[in-house]
Design a protein around this ligand. Sequence first.
Ligand code: COA
Length: 381
Amino acid sequence: MIKVAGQYVSKFGELWDKDIKDLFAESLYGVLQNSNFEINQIDAIFVANMNAGTYSGQNHLNALVAEIAGVNIPSYRVESACASGGMAINLAYLSIQSGQYNNVLVIGAEKMTDNKVGDVTKGLATAGDEEFEGFYGVTFPSLYAMIARSYLHNYNLKSDILGLPSIKNHFHASLNPNAQFQNTINLEQVNNSSLVSDPLRLLHCSPITDGAAAIILTNDKSNKSNVEFVSSSLAQDTLSLHNREELHYFKSTRIATQKALQSANISISDVSVAEVHDCFSIAELVAYEDLGLAKPGEAYKLLENGDTYLDGKIPVNPSGGLKGCGHPVGATGIKQVAELYQQISGQAGKRQIQKNLAYGLAHNVGGSGATCSINILKNLN
Ligand code: COA
């Protein structure tokens, strides 16, 4: 049995007084302290990051984190755009399953706000197809705008529904002291916010964020954690949008979800809380359908009925998601699992879900759906 032994999430936001080294150091020592681990008990380190080479002038992050930790153990760097964190967890999990390691640290950070927004946008665009997208000036807001247009057209829906995930996620974030945004928003504010890429407005977009997160996975039977890590899967779709069969769903999410649920021996109705990848609000709506939480074209109903709010049937993004909590890309997938751990172990403070949680699912996407990671946790109590 593999367990999550503990977690640490830094404050997310514009952290002017911290560089990428500070962010790694803070979460490294934070997770060791929260999990009652000494660094010499860790067998390997998995470091998630997307763009520190351009954003912070620092590559070779596996060595950087090992130096901060003062250890000579194997340390791996994992990059898969915004799914770097989910993929690092997947590899860490497999490394324990293989029998190679017993205790592993998974840590991710991104320091984005030191750069001009245009440079950040250009860096993020490298997660798409450079030849057919980036070269022509296509950015991530515009890729997801195309997905949103296709979705609204296909199901004959009005763009107002795009505001629903943002409103919920800002509300959840207002209860999370680590979140970038602490303010609630309403539909009027969303619809009056600046147009970024039609139909996506500012309040449909996740922000540019600094932040870090870490978890420790262990196969130590005597570890007191009540959170089992039961399954982890990855799937790919085409890097470019134009090679997809359709734009209004993500094949990678559908395949990874099926594999992860099968391996955990559960169905989606057993999942009691989820953290999903809402880099743009359309992504959360599409995720509900690809995960099997809603029928095609009906995702908005879950939000209208309050089903995915903290006190709803299946709370989604209790952390505030990428929209409200922030999206330091290399840290996001790890923060999602850290949030599920806090919810399942009853340590989520004001945003604690007030019911017994059986399973938690984390859905982390890289690019415009080219990579999807699904990680599932189980409550042993
Ligand atoms: N949601 C809410 N408020 C936001 C915001 C967001 N996404 N982005 C910025 N703001 C706020 C800022 O806090 C600031 O508020 P203030 O004036 O009260 O201080 C104000 O809007 C202007 O901030 P600024 O940094 O000038 O925004 P911008 O217009 O340069 O950037 C976006 C806005 C949408 C372009 C930027 O957030 C972005 O690119 N987001 C997408 C990131 C992305 O693609 N991630 C990868 C996903 S796959």
